[in-house]
Design a protein around this ligand. Structure first.
Ligand code: EPS
Length: 355
């Protein structure tokens, strides 16, 4: 069974949910480890006051008994604490009583850089909020929870995944400078995965290449505008003799410019990927836009938001990479039970004599 994830949830709706299918039975999950990742995602430098409202915690509704997966769909929930301020505005059913709290007024001033304008055009909405709520990066919380589950599975075969912002100090200085000018900032994050054996992904079909899968997963995260594998764009300027990773007698590589992936297949070296995040589009000094009701020029919507979410992106990107590696590891090693998965991995690495 292929590992799959479906998620749902609006930023200020009642909750975020994810259903994970295809997980083997017998995987031990650590609630504290999942909550620690949720906290890491919230703690990043430059986040909005919203993060003081939310205290993300994982809830499991199905698929787990006494801390171990059952091999049945795993249902995860992360509540939106802020919903209590939006119960009228984000009520799933027609709200009762007088409008109260947040989200009661229609939004008609689309923000450049957000889903607002294309969202109302595409879905025939008359309120930008109907587009922005799901486009919000809030729902990355439940994907981080899913990533923590994927990391637990990968740990059983010795794979570890870690995301970090590049140039942390410089990033913080840039965030401070942007905040001082009531502006926003972007940045670059890097995710590294160790212990990945050769042979995850395939050159046999372009959509199953490991690099294609990772690029799609990273581009699927809000505000990501660029992805690089290994030395990426810098490789284009090198000669072939400078760019490739020579093979040692033990079949390991002398360098790792390819970021652990050749021809869409892992080569046994560390997987190294980067994602570039654009500056966030909700601006306290708004850009030019249009009022969708009047057609007149207007300033874009201003509402509470983050100055930057690059440190959060590092955690979200880590989860996305872990998820894709878990999908491909399960494709390769299979198993309805974790013990079968681990045994298949062991037999494989012994056959190829990979250490
Ligand atoms: C977001 C806008 C901000 C962020 C939010 C993503 O939300 P709010 O408008 O409620 O302050 O804080 O991210 C989160 C809430 C989160 O938990 O990551 C956006 O427009 O994408």
């Amino acid at each position: 069974m292929t590992l799959r994830l479906a998620s749902a949830g609006e930023s200020h709706g009642p909750a975020l949910v994810a259903i994970l299918t295809g997980l083997p039975a017998g995987l031990e999950l650590d609630r504290d480890a999942i909550d620690a990742d949720l906290r890491r995602r919230q703690e990043g430098y430059g986040r909005s006051p919203r993060q003081q409202i939310e205290q993300d915690r994982i809830e499991v509704l199905a698929g787990l008994r006494h801390g171990r997966t059952l091999g049945t769909p795993l249902a995860l929930v992360v509540a939106n604490r802020d919903h209590r301020n939006w119960t009228w505005g984000m009520s799933p059913w027609p709200p009762e009583g007088e409008p109260a709290g947040k989200g009661t007024k229609r939004v008609t001033l689309p923000r450049p850089g957000h889903a607002d304008l294309a969202g109302v055009q595409k879905y025939d909405h008359d309120d930008v909020r109907n587009a922005l709520e799901r486009a919000s990066a809030r729902h990355t919380a439940v994907h981080v929870a899913a990533g923590a589950v994927a990391k637990a599975l990968l740990a059983t075969i010795g794979i570890e995944v870690r995301g970090e912002p590049l140039d942390e100090e410089l990033l913080r200085a840039r965030v401070d400078a942007a905040r001082a000018e009531r502006d926003t900032a972007g940045g670059v994050v890097e995710v590294r995965a160790t212990g990945v054996p050769p042979g995850l992904g395939t050159y046999a079909a372009k959509e199953d290449r490991l690099d294609a899968r990772l690029a799609a997963a990273l581009m699927g995260i809000q505000a990501v505008k660029g992805v690089e594998i290994g030395d990426g764009f810098a490789l284009a300027a090198l000669r072939g003799s400078e760019a490739h990773d020579e093979i040692a007698p033990d079949r390991r590589r002398i360098s790792n410019r390819a970021g652990g992936i050749e021809a869409g297949v892992s080569n046994g070296e560390e997987i190294v990927v980067r994602a570039a995040m654009k500056p966030l589009p909700t601006l306290m000094k708004p850009l030019r836009s249009v009022d969708l009701d009047t057609g007149e020029p207007a300033s874009a919507l201003v509402e509470r938001s983050d100055v930057a979410a690059v440190e959060a992106l590092a955690v979200v990107a880590e989860a996305a990479v872990a998820w894709e590696l878990a999908v491909l590891a399960l494709d390769k090693f299979g198993g309805d039970a974790v013990r079968d998965f681990v045994a298949a991995h062991r037999a494989y690495v012994e056959r190829i004599e990979w250490r």
